[in-house]
Design a protein around this ligand. Sequence first.
Ligand SMILES: *Cc1c(COP(=O)(O)O)cnc(C)c1O
Length: 400
Amino acid sequence: METFQPPSVASLDHILPQEPLLMMGAGPVPIPHKVAYANSIVINHLGETMNKVIEQVKEMGRYVFQTSSRHVLGVAGPGSAAMEMAICNLVDPGSKVLAICNGYFSRRMAEMATRVGAQVTTVDVPDNEAAEVETIEQHLKQGGYQTLTIVQGETSNTVYNRNLEAIAKLANSYGCMVIVDAVCTLSTMPLEMDRWKVDAVITGGQKGLSSIPGVSLLAFSENAWTRIEARQKPITHWCLDALLADKFWNQKSYHYTAPVSGILALHEALRLVCEETLPRRFGRHETCSKALQRGIEAMGLKLLVPERVRLNSVVGITIPDGISGDAVRTHMSRVHRVEISGSFGLNIVRIGQMGEQSRAHNLFRTLHAFGSSMQYAGAVLDLPAGIAELEKGLSEKYSA
Ligand SMILES: *Cc1c(COP(=O)(O)O)cnc(C)c1O
């Protein structure tokens, strides 16, 4: 007689909705068919076929990161694992870190650096503002910082750090290495790792790249790699050790069994980015997001962040007084089968504009679902005006 009996559970057919929801939140995002198909394949994690795949992933990664660095690596894990890999390999215990905090995700880097045992100084950027170069320079002048962490687009409150390039170059001139979180922004807007003097770029699969969650990519600069190689003793995290990961990513040998299906999916996602080219992909994202933003405003709603520092990859919309954001989102999912995100503590909802989300057909469906669910929840707005403005914004420049 077994002590533990098998539980009676429903098959996925009974759990998953018959019509999948259109994922228009802050990630994961819809994935192209080729990515989904690649994700269904398992091959040997070592050997000739995998070697070819890895070579191409690195080559495409260098294009997407805009770097000639030989240190493009993947990690089996979420964007946060790539973040932790960058931090625990580059930040030594006791070293000084300047952590620019715009919100939830950038603060995570400060937290990770603290756990590594670094002396972390946080710079708290006020709400609805980007980090300013002068403020950062005042800190850097005080001296001794080995590492600076910064997010390009703060998904949590939809702020765009528009001075990233200047801040990275400035930190570099002070001999301070720069770690950039580009999880939601990579391939949706310009980021030039080499030219901007960035030492580590972090990304995840399920946002800008429109791949699956759980397999992430990062790149270290040659300078960063020199620091990693000069380390006196191995880091605590065996799985995240960049020198061990290098065995798989650059030396065709074993570290841990790579997430082969997810890497194949990432390969296809990157290949689609290369096929589209970065300039056209940036153009598509900008046009789509701006058109959506104007559509939302034309309906009579307000966007959270002023245009100067507004992120295009994720749009934050203020919920009018007396309306429940949760009720809006629930109605949207249930009736229109479109899912968007709430937020961490702010009275906003967020609509993602990353990768496949930035397509005209998805925008029309989402804006209609959003507007009519707002009305259902009691908001007074002009839905046709919003849709007309979206149409205008999309047809003016670009057909997505
Ligand atoms: C989503 C996100 C993360 C975290 O990615 P996970 O895959 O959830 O770990 C980090 N930074 C930013 C800017 C993000 O948008």
